[in-house]
Design a binder for this molecule. Structure first.
Ligand SMILES: Cc1cc2nc3c(=O)[nH]c(=O)nc-3n(C[C@H](O)[C@H](O)[C@H](O)COP(=O)(O)OP(=O)(O)OC[C@H]3O[C@@H](n4cnc5c(N)ncnc54)[C@H](O)[C@@H]3O)c2cc1C
Ligand SMILES: NC(=O)c1ccc[n+]([C@@H]2O[C@H](COP(=O)([O-])OP(=O)(O)OC[C@H]3O[C@@H](n4cnc5c(N)ncnc54)[C@H](OP(=O)(O)O)[C@@H]3O)[C@@H](O)[C@H]2O)c1
Length: 528
C-alpha cells in the first residue's frame, strides 16, 4: 500500500513507527499531507463504567463469584441473583464460571438464556496433513429448557455464543494499562442507547452490572472485523505520540480514504494488533467499547438427526452433534490465528482430548442456544420423496442428519443420494463410513486435490439423469450446502446446464426453471 509523495509544500515527512506491529499493517507511508480534511468528529461515548457502591456481598467477589445478575428491564439495576432452581436448569447442575459462560444479559434468543452445554465427546474428523481441520462435537442437551412448539430439527443450526480468547482479552487490558485489580471488579455499565451489551434487547439506555473482563470476553468483537473509522478516530484522539496521531488521523481523513480502504481489505487486523501498532494510544475502555462491534453468535448445522434415540449414559439422554471447520488467517506475529468461534471450539476439543488421554472425565462447556430451526435446510427437509444432497467441505455435515433420518425409514433408503466435495478423501472426507450401511450406494465423493482434481459441480453434470429425475419427481428435492465463495454458484450453473441438456431448454428457460423450483421449495441452497 503506497501513499503518493506530494510536494514539500503540501506534504511532510512522517517518521513511521519502527516495529513489527506497525509494519504488519502494510501501510507504506513516507510523507503525509500537511492539511487533512473531513476528519470525522470524535465518536460519541455511549458507554460509561462506574464503580459499584454499596453492592450486596454476593456481588463483591471476583471472577470466581459466578452468580448471574438478572438482566435489567428498565433504567434501574437489579441485583437479585437467579434462584437456585433456575440456575440448575440453565447450567446443568453446575454453575459455570464467568470464563465459561456469558453474563445473563447476553441473551441472543430472548426470552431464553444461553445454555451451558456439556461436551459429551469430541474427535477430529480430518487427518494430519488436511488443509483445514474439522472437529466433531457431541453436545449434551438433556437439560435444554423446553420451549413451546420449537425443538431441535434435522438440518437446523444452533447458535453459539463463543468468547474472545482469554489471552487476547488479557493482552487488550495490558495494552490499555487497565490495572489487574480492576479487571474482574464489578462495575456498573451504563449505556445511552442501542442494544449493546445485550444482543436481542431493544434499542434503549441500560444499566447493569458486569466486569471489564466479561465485557471484553463476551460482548465486543476484538478480532474478526477490520478497523473502522470511529475506532481509528478514537485512537487518534488518545495517541500521545505526534506521529502516531498524524497517521491515525490520516487514515480517518478524506486524503487517507484509499489507505483506509486498503487497510480494511488487506491484512486481517485485530484490536490488539492495532493497539501494538500505535502503542501510545490508550483509549479509556468505556469509550473503546462505544465503538467496537458487538460480538455476535455463530451458527453450526446439526450433523445428526436430533430425534435419534440416545442411550442414556452418564446422565445424558439427548445429544446434538455438529462439525466445526477451523478458520485460519495469518497472524501478525507469524503463523496463523484461528477464527473466533471455530478457534474456541478447537481449544475446547484439544483440552477435552488431552484430559481424556490422561484418563480424566473433563467437564467442558459450549454456550449455545437453539438458534435457527426454521432455516431453509430445516424447513424444507421432508421425510419422503427422492432427495439429492450436494455439499462441499463442512457443508456436507447437515446431510449426515438427513441420511440418518431417511435410513430409519426402509422405504426411503433408496431415495437419497449425496455428492460430497472434498480435497483428498484420505485426509478430509468428513464422516466417512458414518452414513449408514448403504454408504457406497448412496454417496459419491469428488476430490479437488487428488488425481485430476474436480469440483462437486462436475459430478452434478455427470449425474444429469439423476438430477433430472429427482427434481421432476413428486416431492423430489435437491439441497446444496457449503461455502458461498464459488461452490454455490458453481453448482447452480451446473444445474442450469443439466436443465438445458435434459429439458432441451435455452439458458433463460433453464434459469427460470430453477428459480421456480427454488420458489416451490424443491431446490434449496444454504451457503455461507
Ligand atoms: C446457517 C449456518 C450454518 C453454519 N454451519 C456451519 C457448520 O456446520 N460448520 C462450520 O464449520 N461452520 C458453519 N457455519 C459457519 C460458522 O457460523 C462460522 O461462520 C465459522 O465457523 C467462522 O466463524 P469464526 O468465528 O471461527 O471465524 P471469524 O473469526 O468470524 O472469521 C471468519 C473469517 O473472517 C475473516 N477475518 C477474520 N478476522 C478478520 C479481520 N480482522 N478483518 C477482516 N476479516 C477477518 C477471515 O477470512 C476468517 O476466516 C454456518 C454458518 C451459517 C450461517
Ligand atoms: N448451513 C450452512 O449455511 C452451512 C453449513 C455448514 C458449513 N457452511 C459453510 O460451508 C463452508 C465450507 O467450508 P470448508 O472450509 O469446510 O470447505 P471449503 O473451503 O469450502 O472447501 C471444500 C471443498 O470445496 C472446494 N471448492 C473450492 N472452491 C470451489 C468452487 N468454486 N466450487 C466448488 N467447490 C469448490 C475445495 O477445493 P479446493 O480447496 O481444492 O479449491 C474443497 O475441496 C464454510 O464457509 C462454512 O461456513 C455453511
Amino acid at each position: 500500500m503506497s501513499i503518493p509523495k506530494g510536494d514539500s509544500l503540501s506534504s511532510e515527512a512522517v517518521p513511521v513507527p519502527d516495529h513489527d506491529a506497525f509494519r504488519s499493517l502494510q501501510l507504506k507511508i513516507e510523507s503525509l499531507p500537511k492539511e487533512l480534511s473531513a476528519i470525522p468528529e470524535l465518536p460519541e461515548k455511549t458507554v460509561s463504567l462506574l464503580p459499584v457502591k454499596g453492592q450486596p456481598r454476593a456481588l463483591l467477589g471476583t471472577d470466581s463469584d459466578a452468580k448471574p445478575v438478572r438482566p435489567t428491564t428498565e433504567q434501574s439495576t437489579d441485583f437479585t441473583p437467579y434462584t437456585a432452581e433456575i440456575e440448575e436448569k440453565l447450567h446443568h447442575n453446575r454453575v459455570p464460571t464467568p470464563a465459561e459462560h456469558p453474563p445473563a444479559f447476553v441473551q441472543p434468543h430472548a426470552p431464553y438464556e444461553v445454555f451451558s452445554a456439556k461436551i459429551f465427546s469430541t474427535r477430529e474428523l480430518t487427518k494430519p496433513g488436511a488443509q483445514k481441520r474439522t472437529f466433531h462435537f457431541d453436545l449434551d442437551v438433556s437439560h435444554y429448557p423446553a420451549e413451546t412448539g420449537v425443538d431441535f430439527k434435522v438440518g437446523g443450526a444452533i447458535g453459539v455464543q463463543a468468547p474472545n480468547e482469554f489471552s487476547m482479552v488479557e493482552e487488550v487490558m495490558d495494552l490499555l494499562s487497565i490495572p489487574c485489580v480492576a479487571r474482574d471488579r464489578k462495575v456498573i455499565v451504563r449505556t445511552s442507547g442501542g442494544r449493546w451489551p445485550t444482543i436481542w434487547g431493544d434499542d434503549k439506555a441500560r444499566e447493569l452490572i458486569s466486569t471489564r473482563r466479561d465485557l471484553l470476553t463476551w460482548c465486543s468483537d476484538i478480532q474478526s472485523y477490520p478497523p473502522t473509522k470511529p475506532l481509528l478516530r478514537l485512537m487518534a484522539e488518545y495517541a500521545t505520540d505526534v506521529n502516531e496521531k498524524k497517521i491515525l488521523s490520516y487514515l480517518c481523513s478524506a486524503e487517507g480514504q484509499g489507505a483506509f480502504c486498503e487497510l480494511r481489505t488487506g491484512p486481517h487486523v485485530t484490536l490488539p494488533q492495532l493497539l501494538h501498532a500505535f502503542p501510545t494510544s490508550k483509549p479509556p475502555l468505556d469509550h473503546l467499547l462505544s465503538v467496537l462491534k458487538q460480538l455476535v453468535p455463530r451458527f453450526y448445522s446439526l450433523s445428526n438427526d436430533p430425534h435419534e434415540n440416545c442411550v442414556p449414559v452418564d446422565g445424558c439422554s439427548r445429544l446434538i452433534e455438529i462439525a466445526v471447520t477451523v478458520h485460519e488467517t495469518p497472524d501478525w506475529r507469524g503463523g496463523e490465528r484461528t477464527g473466533l468461534a471455530s478457534g474456541f471450539f478447537e481449544r475446547q476439543a484439544r483440552k477435552f482430548l488431552e484430559a481424556e488421554a490422561k484418563g480424566e472425565k473433563p467437564d467442558l462447556r459450549v454456550p449455545m442456544f437453539k438458534g435457527l430451526m426454521s432455516n431453509p435446510l430445516a424447513r424444507e427437509f421432508v421425510s419422503d420423496g427422492p432427495m439429492l444432497l450436494i455439499g462441499a467441505g463442512v457443508g456436507v455435515a447437515p446431510f449426515r442428519g438427513f441420511v440418518q433420518r431417511r435410513l430409519r425409514n426402509a422405504n426411503c433408503a433408496n431415495k437419497v443420494w449425496v455428492l460430497q466435495g472434498v480435497r483428498d478423501s484420505l485426509l478430509d472426507e468428513l464422516y466417512s463410513g458414518e452414513w449408514g450401511v448403504h454408504e457406497d450406494e448412496v454417496k459419491k465423493v469428488v476430490q479437488s486435490r487428488k488425481g485430476v482434481g474436480r469440483y462437486v459441480q462436475e459430478e452434478v453434470i455427470n449425474q444429469k439423469e439423476l438430477c433430472w429425475f429427482v427434481i421432476n419427481a413428486l416431492d423430489g428435492r435437491i439441497f446444496v450446502c457449503g461455502s458461498s465463495k464459488g461452490m454455490g454458484e458453481g453448482v447452480e450453473k451446473a444445474l442450469v446446464q443439466v436443465a438445458m441438456e435434459m429439458g432441451n431448454m435455452s439458458v433463460q428457460e433453464a434459469e427460470e426453471f430453477w428459480k421456480l423450483k427454488k420458489e416451490a421449495g424443491q431446490y434449496i441452497a444454504e451457503t455461507w
